[in-house]
Design a protein. Structure first.
Ligand code: ZN
Length: 319
């Protein structure tokens, strides 16, 4: 009986232990979740045949300004704040959008300049791309940039060198780790909250990772991408409530194009096409429901206010 009621109430295809209809407490109500928006255009698809070549980006009909403005209005309407990880290319070609995000009081971070996977770059290439992104953000009027998210969450164990480069450019926080296996890497770690990274070269950064929901050996990375677009609204609200009850802030991640169901469609391979375009119609409604149910803030604010998990120690020991 209990199991059936839980399944029916959550909208999920499995039961959630201990989730009664009246299960609210003060701590859950106080949990503030993190909202992140990777600011790129509809054609900035990663590592995929059929996507426009970077040389053609300036020729594409851009929708990033209009979609970002719509998101800013939505956040204003619900009094929510977010971290915007902006692509340097977008800052260079659409500087007005950077100033507008800053004017609305949100945090600004870098999402690289050219949207290349970290795993496809040498440390030197990564550093040059990062520098170019920071120059473009500053030229567009961004305040000091101190946080970074890699395209495709593409920092894994083999790219740990990137942390020292990030710190050397003034980054204090990183949001590039996805604690589950995924197409572009992922770094499965048994952590649920922000934690410090002690980088191989000795630098230290705060990490605010994307954490999947885990139950009985399965993982559901529900806080963004195709999962957020596919899951029913009630399931998302249940997962959000579970995160609140565990005092584990969810890190929601979105792109401006995800609230734009009429964006141009690229000729992508079938699997990528499904993953990229599924569920666009329902995203705004789901965001409104989540913004009504809980408070969201920048990743830095959430990291400051949350108990930390143990550091990830990657520092090389002296011989
Ligand atoms: Zn991206």
């Amino acid at each position: 009986m209990t199991q059936r009621r839980e399944n029916g109430g959550s909208g999920l295809p499995f039961g959630l232990p201990g989730e009664g209809p009246g299960g609210r407490d003060a701590r859950a109500a106080a949990t503030v979740h993190a909202l992140s928006i990777d600011v790129e255009d509809w054609f900035h698809v990663l590592d995929c045949a059929g996507a426009p070549d970077p040389s053609s980006w300036p020729l594409q009909p851009s929708r990033v300004e209009a979609n970002t403005r719509a998101l800013l209005q939505l956040l204003d309407a619900y009094g929510q704040r977010a971290t915007f990880f902006i692509l340097g290319w977008v800052a260079e070609h659409h500087p007005a959008v950077v100033a507008e995000i800053a004017r609305h009081g949100h945090e600004i971070g870098s999402h690289s300049y050219g949207h290349a996977l970290v795993s496809s770059q040498t440390p030197g290439e990564f550093a040059r791309d990062l520098d170019r992104s920071l120059e473009a953000l500053h030229a567009a009027g961004a305040p000091r940039v101190e946080c970074f998210r890699a395209p495709g969450f593409s920092i894994g164990p083999n790219e740990a060198w990137a942390f020292d480069i990030l710190a050397s450019r003034g980054m204090r926080m990183d949001a590039s780790l996805f604690l589950s296996r995924r197409a572009h890497g992922g770094w499965p770690l048994a952590r649920r909250r922000p934690f410090e990274i002690w980088a191989p070269g000795g630098a230290r950064l705060m990490e605010v990772p994307v954490v999947p929901f885990r139950l009985a050996g399965s993982e559901l990375p529900w806080t963004g991408g195709g999962y957020l677009r596919l899951l029913p609204k009630q399931a998302l609200l249940t997962l959000l409530r579970r995160a609140s009850h565990a005092d584990e802030p969810a890190v929601i991640y979105l792109h401006p194009r995800e609230i734009d169901p009429t964006q141009p469609r690229m000729a992508l391979p079938a699997a990528r096409r499904f993953k990229y375009y599924v569920g666009l119609d329902g995203v705004e409604d789901k965001l409104r429901a989540m913004f009504t149910a809980a408070r969201f803030d920048t990743l830095s604010a959430v990291a400051d206010a949350t108990a930390k998990d143990p550091p990830l120690v990657l520092t090389r020991r002296a011989a």
